[in-house]
Design a protein around this ligand. Structure first.
Ligand SMILES: *Cc1c(COP(=O)(O)O)cnc(C)c1O
Length: 344
């Protein structure tokens, strides 16, 4: 229960906070990873924390079906499908995607978990958002005619309620950091639809936790990343009637490492993924966590993160993204040399 809202506690929390010894030595910082990728079902990831609140709200409203939206590779869709399966609800995802394109690993997992996936062809002269909205309306009507009560979850589960999952994570993480005796800890998270960052930030400020949050944007924010944060926080403040002011300067949000696109193949992101794999045996994804780690590496290289700093990166999951065709093609080409043909 946070800010007066109930959740279903289905998470294996607290998730581990691990010191990465080899990387710490390599990079000259004290590097910890918060393993939200190890959350307990649907192959794990950050959206499960948001869904603890969202599924509870859906149940309170008597919903029988969860409907969400996202890109064709949506991790959030996968975890919504997983939560729906666990709580005996139907699920559906609407994605604007030029089918027949690639069936991402996430969409395959959605099918395995019994989710209905609706792909909408992009149209010239009509924004994707408008197409998505129209499709959501139609799919909702179709299912409600069949007797389902549909609960809609926006992109990434990033509304007011969903952000509370990461408010709770901030409290959980502060306790772990305290028990390790760390001070002045910098927490670094990925920023996509921003619910993760915003939940952490509101939790840190409202609970006065001794953590400094840095958010790394992994897609271009047209309106500016800090403006987006301020608009989101306005909604949160109203929704929960919060008596907390957050100034623009308090948002440490960085858009220098978005690599100019969303889920685009980028060589330095892949290099960051290989570094994590080779030093720690931990897999990052090319869309979110790999890009964030590449940003952290750049920040250390340029002195934006200082040597000796205590930093916690949140591993938000997304590992199925590795199997996405346009990333795999590049990785298979770069890693060609690791296959050795033995002729006996
Ligand atoms: C959705 C997602 C994020 C970004 O979280 P937001 O709350 O949307 O900002 C980061 N990492 C992974 C793996 C995700 O699926």
């Amino acid at each position: 229960m946070t800010l007066g809202r109930e959740k279903i506690c289905f998470l294996n929390a607290p998730t581990p906070l691990e010191r990465l010894h080899n990387l710490s030595e390599e990079l000259g910082v004290n590097f910890y990873l918060k393993r939200d990728d190890l959350t307990n079902f649907g192959t794990g990831g950050n959206k499960l924390r948001k869904l603890e609140y969202l599924v509870k709200d859906a149940q309170n409203q008597g919903a029988t079906m969860l409907l969400t939206v996202g890109g064709a590779q949506t991790n959030h869709g996968r975890l919504t499908a997983a939560a729906a399966a666990k709580y005996s609800m139907r699920s559906a995802i609407v994605a604007v995607d030029p089918y027949p394109g690639e069936i991402s690993a996430n969409l395959l997992l959605d099918g395995i978990m019994g989710c209905s996936v609706y792909l909408v062809k992009p149209q010239e002269g009509r924004p994707d958002g408008e197409l998505q909205e129209e499709a959501v309306k139609r799919v909702t009507e179709e299912w409600e005619e069949k007797g389902e009560k549909v609960y809609f979850i926006p992109t990434g589960g990033s509304n007011e309620l969903g952000s509370l999952g990461y408010y709770d994570c901030a409290v959980e993480l502060a306790a772990q950091v305290r028990s390790l005796g760390l001070k002045d800890t910098r927490v670094v998270t990925t920023v996509g639809s921003m619910g993760t960052y915003m939940g952490l930030q509101v939790g840190i400020k409202n609970e006065k936790l001794p953590l400094h949050l840095t958010g790394i944007g992994i897609l271009p924010f047209k309106e500016g990343i800090v403006n987006a944060a301020e608009a989101y926080y306005d909604r949160i403040r109203q929704f929960f009637d919060l008596d907390l002011n957050i100034t623009a300067e308090e948002y440490d949000l960085i858009s220098d490492y978005d690599c100019g696109g969303y889920n685009n193949p980028v060589e330095e992101v892949r290099k960051a993924i290989y570094l994590m794999g080779r030093k720690e045996g931990i897999i990052l994804d090319p869309c979110y966590t790999g890009k964030t780690f590449a940003g952290i590496l750049k920040m250390i290289e340029t002195g934006r993160i200082e040597k000796g700093e205590d930093i916690v990166m949140i591993h938000t999951g997304g590992v199925p993204g590795i199997y996405t065709k346009h990333h795999r093609i590049e990785m298979e080409r770069e890693l060609e040399d690791f296959i050795h043909i033995v002729s006996l």
